[in-house]
Design a protein around this ligand. Structure first.
Ligand SMILES: Cc1ncc(C[n+]2csc(CCOP(=O)(O)OP(=O)(O)O)c2C)c(N)n1
Ligand SMILES: [Mg+2]
Length: 651
């Protein structure tokens, strides 16, 4: 017999969240079963809205049992949600954090975080506070007060950004709000931002809570198998294909299907390219590993997909970069077999054979169905030749010796060499994600974490902190530890570096390589390519006469001193011939620091005008059709040429 308890909505919320577990039959310790807390902690920045209700409940539990719902601070609500997302990706969408905010700006600061989680299909539980449900205090500080709709609050802005949105206007609604919310969080096809708005008066209201609501509950990750007819048809099409290729996406990693992918690839001889989220599906030096596909791809992968007559997509969203804006696949007869647990992706681009299934189960079934099949020797030769050509290209880029400022290519090579195979590299925006996608030599399924669905400047440091928390928690459970290395540009750093303070407060050993190139190398190169002459992409002093930031002096900015002032250990790499060797040594030194000793930032300057090797690919960014500038007219001609190769549907 369960007993009913009288408690506040916030107390019931915190206790409920502390008793939720994710269970899974793959990806546990030693590859076996898995059972962990779904919500291992809650972030919060307190203000009116959550200081009393949720804050009181957290304090009450911190006194009674600090393990039930550990509270963590952050310096910015958006950054807190990025930490939760980083944690969620590293735990393969089986654990995430809750984020509690005050009303108004505390809530709206989370909007970018919600969009990022939803775009990346990564779970995060957002608990923004809301204005009074009773309207007893009205309009309260930070209330939106829309004349045309008095029930609208700032939190309604989460509706289009969330996979599940709810508002607990009455205490009894908490039950269905949380049960629905957690269903979505743990659903492999639906997951993303779950937002439950909590009016500040309701948080503190007392109601009767049945004991069964507060009992431990398990959420098993669904891993649906494929339908036999689909596998038979896929096998028939693969047997008929002359030039098949696999595109591996994040779904391979979330399904713990890397062994199954390698087995399938080796049994059939089909080569494998990968998306940003799919890096780690196969080790870079596997003979069938083509590397990155699409706009930020390798010439090897792009050559193979260009001529492919059958593309087997596994756990990919087929995002614009992957398809090179629908120009990647040029074989007129190309067909697609799309294996994905999410129907939206399985059916994407009008594919003729969608298979809605877990990647691991589908690959196992497909391997069996294809017994005895192997691609021809000519395809194997092409793969080996293209792979060797690209590997040589990367070797040359890593060995670049530009002076006085080094190239970012050489920096990436140094970081790659200095990190252990199990360490994790983190990135999100700027020129680094594309360069890493092309060139990073990944050696472990967890080794690469680039947020490139939203590519949000500022994700890098908080996202990396979330990954480090997850790696640390896994190590506490007996797994081997991993160092986490954030690679971040000066633009992203300036936008959101303040979670370094959080790392200082908790002594978290997060290693950051900060690349100073005084502005936006990425958008600068894009601007130049599109005929806009790098307008507005450099950090320079304002020339008031011509009102331009493009030609002034570099800003007298010292980001190393900035990080140092926050309590971070800093290594400055001096420009010059030893910069790359010094960088490798600095990473080695940072890695040797003990856990608990706090964050380390390594500051290095690079030349923004040296690009990564070409992908021999394209990305659709529309160019002005009319222009007074000759540079724009030239860019428009090139644009029109590429545009002619775009396909309306690719399936
Ligand atoms: C929040 C946000 N605003 C704007 C952009 C568009 N954007 C993409 S990369 C970039 C510049 C990044 O600069 P930096 O971090 O210095 O990297 P770099 O380009 O120099 O490699 C901008 C403005 C973005 N991705 N995210
Ligand atoms: Mg920069």
């Amino acid at each position: 017999m369960s007993t009913t308890r009288r408690m506040t909505v916030a107390q019931a919320l915190v206790e409920f969240l502390g008793r939720q577990y994710t269970v899974d039959n793959v990806g546990g310790p030693g590859g076996g079963a898995y059972r962990e807390r779904l919500i291992p902690g809650m972030f919060g920045i307190f203000g009116h809205g959550n200081v009393a209700g949720v804050g009181q409940a957290l304090k009450q539990w911190q006194v009674a049992d600090p393990t039930l719902m550990p509270y963590y601070q952050g310096r910015n609500e958006q950054a807190q949600s990025h930490q939760a997302v980083g944690y969620a990706r590293h735990t393969r969408r089986r654990q995430t954090f809750a984020v509690s905010t005050s009303i108004g700006p505390g809530s709206s600061n989370l909007l970018t975080g919600a969009a990022l989680a939803t775009a990346n299909r990564l779970p995060v539980l957002l608990l923004p506070s809301d204005t009074f449900a009773t309207r007893a205090a009205d309009p309260v500080l930070q209330q939106l007060e829309q004349p045309h709709g008095y029930d609208i609050t700032v939190n309604d802005a989460f509706r289009p950004l969330s996979k599940y949105f709810d508002r607990v206007n009455r205490p009894e609604q908490l039950f269905s709000a949380l049960l629905n919310g957690l269903r979505v969080l743990t659903d492999p096809a639906e997951t993303g931002a779950v937002t439950i708005a909590l009016p500040q008066d309701v948080q503190a209201e007392v109601f009767d809570v049945p004991g069964e609501f507060l009992a431990e509950r398990e959420w098993r990750i669904r891993r649906p198998g494929p339908e036999a007819e689909d596998i038979a048809e896929a096998a028939r099409r693969i047997r008929a294909a002359k030039r098949p290729v696999i595109i591996a996406g994040g779904g391979v990693l979330y399904a713990f299907a890397t062994d199954q992918l390698r087995t399938f690839a080796e049994a059939t001889g089909i080569p494998v390219g990968w998306t940003q989220a799919g890096v780690g599906s196969l080790a870079w030096d596997h003979p069938q590993a083509l590397g990155a596909v699409g706009s930020t791809g390798t010439t090897a992968a792009n050559a193979l997909v260009r001529d492919a007559d059958l593309v087997i997509g596994i756990g990919t969203r087929y995002e614009d970069f992957t398809t090179a804006s629908r120009t990647a696949f040029q074989n007129p007869g190309v067909q697609f077999v799309n294996i994905n647990v999410a129907p939206i992706d399985a059916y994407k681009h009008g594919t003729s054979l969608p298979i809605v299934a877990d990647a691991r189960k589908a690959l196992t079934a497909l391997t069996t169905a294809l017994g005895g099949y192997h691609v021809g020797a000519d395809l194997e030769r092409t793969v080996a030749d293209e792979k060797a050509r690209w590997d040589d290209t990367v070797d040359a880029a890593f060995a670049e010796d530009h002076q006085p400022l080094v190239s970012q290519n050489a920096i990436i090579g140094a970081v790659n060499r200095a990190m252990d195979p199990r360490d994790v590299v983190i990135c999100a925006a700027g020129s680094l994600p594309g360069d890493l996608h092309k060139m990073w030599r990944v050696r472990d399924p967890f080794g690469y974490h680039v947020e490139y669905a939203f590519s949000c400047m500022g994700y890098e440091i908080p996202g990396g902190l979330g990954v480090k928390r997850a790696a640390f928690d896994a190590a506490a459970r007996g797994e081997e530890n991993r160092d986490v290395v954030v690679m971040v540009g000066d633009g992203s750093y300036l936008m959101m570096h303040t979670e370094l303070v959080t790392a200082v407060a908790e002594g978290i050993k997060l290693i950051t390589v900060l690349i100073q190139n005084h502005g936006y190398a990425s958008i600068g190169a894009l601007s130049e390519q599109l005929g806009s002459q790098r307008f507005g992409t450099k950090y320079r002093t304002l020339d008031r006469t011509h009102h331009t930031f493009d030609d002034g002096e570099k800003l007298p900015i010292d980001l190393a001193a900035n990080a140092e002032s926050l309590g971070v250990t800093m290594y400055r790499i001096e420009p010059g011939p030893n910069a790359i060797a010094d960088l490798e040594a600095a990473i080695g030194k940072a890695k040797a620091a003990p856990e608990g000793s706090g964050p380390i930032v390594i500051h290095i300057e690079s030349d923004p005008l040296i690009d990564a090797p070409s992908s021999e690919s394209w990305w659709d960014v529309p160019v002005s059709g009319a222009s007074e500038l000759e540079s724009t007219r030239a860019a428009f001609a090139t644009y029109s040429d590429h545009k002619s190769r775009q396909r309306p549907l690719i399936g």
